[in-house]
Design a binder for this molecule. Structure first.
Ligand SMILES: [Fe+2]
Length: 395
């Protein structure tokens, strides 16, 4: 059998663990920059998460030049232009993003305008339009889920036409990601659970979809293991620094995995549900994950069975007969979802979300068929099949 071609690229420097924030000043100065613009949102600033990085930078001899704290939940091209204007007005020379996916993607795309000039980022949308390095970008995630701190992708809403505008370039990869438990300790249980299940889905889809490769497999399985061992602890004892750091590292590892091996049907359906019902992405992932795995089971039984080891540990894996492992892995995910429902209020079905109508399922299925994530799902999907997955996920 011919060996399958693959590529793997992961250039982001990861700084993690106790005192990680205190290393950030060195990373700026080592890159010859010292006037950072902090990009964040009002919520992150209100809970006091701008101060720890700012204080750590000052101790290291770096003064923040400006703070832009008005990134909305669903960031847009207008926000990106405003961030770039703030960067120029304060003569900044690098960007530090402090926040979740919307903040990080806004910082990535504002960095295009900061470097290339202009105020219409739409001119740079699409794949591989950038031809040179951007200003240094440092990312401090305050959720543990999107993995955007290690991906070459950003998505913002086109203010003019209201649709999502994707950007893909190796130059969008941040220079440094800082993972410090202090930055996620205040994350509420519901958000902790939903974002972690996004990371879980990134790992599981990277491991089971068509672009899997041995390197992303290693990241994916390690991330699944960390999430399985630490998510419930982080939800029930939110100040557990070890559990928080493990989730942050897992989300980043899952980001590395899926940025190299892509995602599949959970994301195709989830993007459509999220867009139509205005539901958070991680919540949609949590709802859809087991139903898509059951759909993919006929063509992926062995790989889904392999997931039992990182999901349940070596002993359970060894004690489970080979032909029962796939079902046991899916059952394990269902049990995890039951606990997240109990402890964090996370819905397990579309019906439990209270935001999706059953008569919308056909439209969601149709939208999902146009989603790029479908291309690498291991089993081809038509409208009737997508609809039947949604019907099962209805509850
Ligand atoms: Fe995702």
């Amino acid at each position: 059998m011919a060996d399958k071609f693959f590529e793997f690229y992961s250039p982001v420097k990861i700084i993690a663990g106790d005192g990680a924030l205190e290393h950030l000043a060195f990373e700026l100065l080592a890159r010859g920059v010292s006037r950072p613009l902090i990009v964040t949102d009002a919520g992150v600033r209100a809970v006091g998460l701008v101060e720890p990085p700012t204080g750590a930078l000052e101790s290291g001899g770096v003064t923040v030049a400006a703070v832009f704290d008005a990134v909305p939940v669903d960031s847009s091209t207008a926000t990106v232009a405003a961030v770039a204007a703030c960067y120029r007005a304060n003569e900044c020379d690098c960007i530090i993003a402090i926040g979740g996916g919307s903040v990080i993607d806004s910082a990535k795309t504002a960095n295009i305008l900061a470097t290339e000039g202009g105020d219409d980022v739409r001119a740079h949308a699409g794949a591989y339009t950038l031809k040179r390095r951007l200003a240094p970008l440092f990312v401090i995630p305050t959720t543990s889920g999107t993995g955007s701190e290690v991906t070459s992708v950003a998505v913002v809403r086109d203010e003019k036409i209201g649709t999502k505008l994707p950007f893909v370039s190796q130059f969008l990869m941040p220079d440094v990601a800082v993972l410090d438990a202090r930055m996620t300790l205040a994350l509420p249980a519901g958000l902790t659970a939903a974002t972690a299940m996004d990371a879980m889905t990134h790992s599981i889809e990277a491991f089971t979809c068509l672009a899997k490769n041995p390197l992303s497999d290693a990241y994916a399985t390690a991330a699944i293991s960390k999430i399985s061992q630490n998510l419930l602890r982080a939800v029930t004892t939110p100040k557990d620094q070890h559990a928080r750091l493990e989730l942050a590292v897992a989300a980043t590892m899952a980001g590395v995995a899926f940025s190299n091996s892509m995602v599949g049907l959970v994301h195709s359906l989830g993007h459509s549900v999220g867009a139509l019902a205005h539901l958070p992405h991680g919540l949609c992932m949590n709802v859809l994950l087991p139903y898509v795995l059951e759909f993919n089971l006929p063509v992926r039984a062995e790989l889904i069975g392999d997931l039992l080891r990182p999901l349940a540990g070596d002993d359970v894996f060894a004690a489970t007969p080979r032909e029962q492992r796939a079902a046991a892995a899916i059952s394990r995910i269902r049990t995890l979802r039951d606990h997240l429902h109990r402890d964090a209020g996370l819905p397990r079905t579309l019906q439990e979300t209270g935001k999706v109508r059953r008569d919308q399922l056909s439209q969601i299925a149709a939208m999902a068929l146009d989603d790029g994530s479908l291309l690498l799902n291991p089993r081809t999907v038509n409208h009737a099949e997508a609809l039947s997955v949604l019907e099962r996920a209805w509850g």
